[in-house]
Design a protein around this ligand. Structure first.
Ligand code: MLT
Length: 245
């Protein structure tokens, strides 16, 4: 069987991927899924994502020992322990802790995929291990793979598209059937590969983050590291955990 590879450029279409029963990879390079990957690589116990600040606060009231993290317009909401900088989720900060995370786009995209059997978390940081894991599940369960871009308030996200290309190009061509968007993503990534960080910095969200100051530039540098981590986070019963195959 050839495995259909779909790239959904609108996070609302995660629902279509759920209906197809695809293995779903949610991508938000800047910065939500990069943060989740960094947390679990640094031995956080789990990540609980929610699309609303109020819900995040409510969960924190019930579990004050959990770290409350997230952003709105890129910065930390009032009373939160941490923002959404992946660099702040150091081993010292997160080891053996549960993290509650709410972000503008990424955690919403994750919520849109919640009915699916397999929701994996991907970014440039784990591109190779993420797609390898998705491929072996899809082969075993005879399903397709959907890469869902978190976007920016419903619009297209350049760096998420490049990441979908970085992942898709690692698949064995004889075993997959690329959608047109997946093919375009592969070609875009191949153009960008040699100067990934410089090219990502030209995207709308990267420019916005850069306007917020130096720490955000360092976040972008971190998020552009290809295959830095092997961890593949996945959603299990409301918690994001490292997948052990
Ligand atoms: C989001 O989910 O919209 C992002 O992660 C925003 C950010 O913190 O850069």
């Amino acid at each position: 069987m050839t495995i259909p590879i779909t790239v959904e450029c609108d996070p609302k279409n995660a629902v279509k991927a759920v209906q197809r029963e695809d293995v779903i990879i949610i991508i938000d390079v800047l910065r939500c899924t990069s943060s989740i990957i960094t947390m679990l690589a640094n031995d956080a116990k789990s990540v609980i994502t929610t699309s609303s600040v109020n819900m995040a606060r409510r969960i924190h009231t019930e579990h004050p020992e959990f770290i409350l993290a997230g952003e709105r317009r890129g910065t930390k909401p009032k009373g939160f322990d941490l923002g959404n900088s992946p660099l702040a989720f150091s081993p010292e900060a997160v080891r053996e802790k549960h993290v509650i995370l709410t972000t503008t786009n990424g955690t919403k995209a994750i919520s849109n995929a919640k009915g699916s059997k397999w929701v994996l978390i991907g970014a440039l940081l784990n591109a190779k291990s993420g797609i390898k894991t998705a491929f072996s599940i899809a082969e075993r369960e005879e399903t397709g793979i959907s890469l869902v871009l978190s976007g920016k308030k419903g619009s297209f996200s350049f760096e998420d598209f490049l990441c979908a290309g970085a992942m898709s190009e690692k698949l064995p061509p004889e075993s997959v059937e690329y959608s047109d968007a997946a093919l375009a993503a592969v070609l875009s990534f191949q153009q960008a590969r040699d100067s990934l960080e410089t090219i990502v910095q030209q995207g709308t969200h990267a420019k916005y983050l850069i306007s917020l100051g130096k720490p955000f530039v360092e976040d972008i540098q971190h998020c552009c590291q290809l295959d830095k981590y092997e961890v593949v986070p996945y959603l299990k019963g409301g918690y994001i955990l490292p997948l052990i195959m």
